[in-house]
Design a binder for this molecule. Sequence first.
Ligand SMILES: Cc1cc2nc3c(=O)[nH]c(=O)nc-3n(C[C@H](O)[C@H](O)[C@H](O)COP(=O)(O)OP(=O)(O)OC[C@H]3O[C@@H](n4cnc5c(N)ncnc54)[C@H](O)[C@@H]3O)c2cc1C
Ligand code: SF4
Ligand code: SF4
Length: 397
Amino acid sequence: MSFIQIDKNTCTLCEKCIEVCPFDAMSLKDHAVDINANCKVCGICVRNCPVKAITKVETIRQEVDKSEYKGISVIAESLDGRTHPVVAELLGKARELAQEIHHPVLAYVLGNKVDAVIQDCLEFGADVVYVVRDEELAHFRADLYGEVLADLIGKTKPCVVLTGATPLGRSLAPKVAARCKTGLTADCTKLEIKENTDLVQIRPAFGGNIMARIVTTHTRPQCATVRYNVFRAPSRRVDPTGKVIAFKYDTEYVSKIEVLEETPLIHDEKLSSAKRIVVAGLGVNDEKGLDLVRQLALKLDASLAFTRPMIEKGVASYTQQIGLSGRSVQPELIVTCGVSGSVQFAAGMQSSERIIAINSDPNAEIFNLAHVAVVADAYDVLPKWIESLTQGGYHAL
Ligand SMILES: Cc1cc2nc3c(=O)[nH]c(=O)nc-3n(C[C@H](O)[C@H](O)[C@H](O)COP(=O)(O)OP(=O)(O)OC[C@H]3O[C@@H](n4cnc5c(N)ncnc54)[C@H](O)[C@@H]3O)c2cc1C
Ligand code: SF4
Ligand code: SF4
């Protein structure tokens, strides 16, 4: 960390620094040069001050001993005693990462009805499940949960903390990270781990134009949220061997949130859990194209989904959009028709088991993901496929 300091006794108020600052970060206030929050510590003013009144002050960063932090952990989100499916996916990923650096897989479970959640964590591969069970934790309250988890994390010192990027996880993870004085990368689509235990948190950035690789090099734990349906859930272990360690609820923190009533939000989760999906992109955006795609979806007993530009055209509701700013899906089969395969679209479906892509452009990006690439005009190929399905032909091409 560094900041800019002005020696008021040396400053002659010549205003040269105000003139050269490219970020409008300096102004004259009460007969002194004032620096506001726009300052990027670029150092231009330092170099331009004729009387050397400005200095760039470097603060010493406290380094953590990374070897003290062990375990890839998952915050096990649950509602009314039921585990959110993202927990299984995160535990599966945690196992992969843990194997690379020879760390254990950990899970944190908070609540009052936690038995089934603990069992799920063990069956999905946790080596140790840390539990805080108390009536005070019956309802999710982000501030209280954040406090209890930060305390638990402080005591158990995991190397990595993964949270589902669900509405609940998104409100909890920043609070946990802030209390642990560490960084947080939201909505990761990929995670890798280095030999030195640095987690490489990969996510689309700058409108999806680049895939950012974010590393928390100076603090621990390393916190990341991951969207539901991005990683594959492992199979349940028949004979789980992990252990359960209970911690007392002993916080003095009093939540500022009072839960008056809980009303479950009715989500259209049909798409997120669909086994087969047919997607229409701009390549089939007219009535004829949409009709063909609808017919194919009907024949394949598949749900219908769209790319974002199709939603923006008003073809369907937002709940049917796949991608970075829509739903993440992981079906057994996904058929994309006239979809280019942008990084934002791919972020929501790249873990699908079988991807069949129909696109007339042989260089379309979607073909980098597809298991079956159909380089053809959708208006030619779709009627033939629908016809063959009507005749009782095989479901795939
Ligand atoms: C911050 C941000 C978030 C975004 N989030 C999302 C998101 O969640 N989901 C999403 O989908 N997009 C998202 N986008 C938009 C994304 O960048 C792309 O613009 C979009 O995915 C492209 O949609 P498309 O494939 O339907 O259209 P296009 O990119 O125009 O592709 C159409 C494709 O159809 C093919 N084609 C044309 N005619 C035919 C034919 N007759 N037969 C077969 N193929 C044909 C073309 O070769 C082309 O590849 C986001 C963008 C930003 C900046
Ligand atoms: S360091 Fe750069 S941004 Fe900050 S006040 Fe000086 S010129 Fe402006
Ligand atoms: S350039 Fe130096 S002397 Fe001039 S106003 Fe800025 S700090 Fe003061």
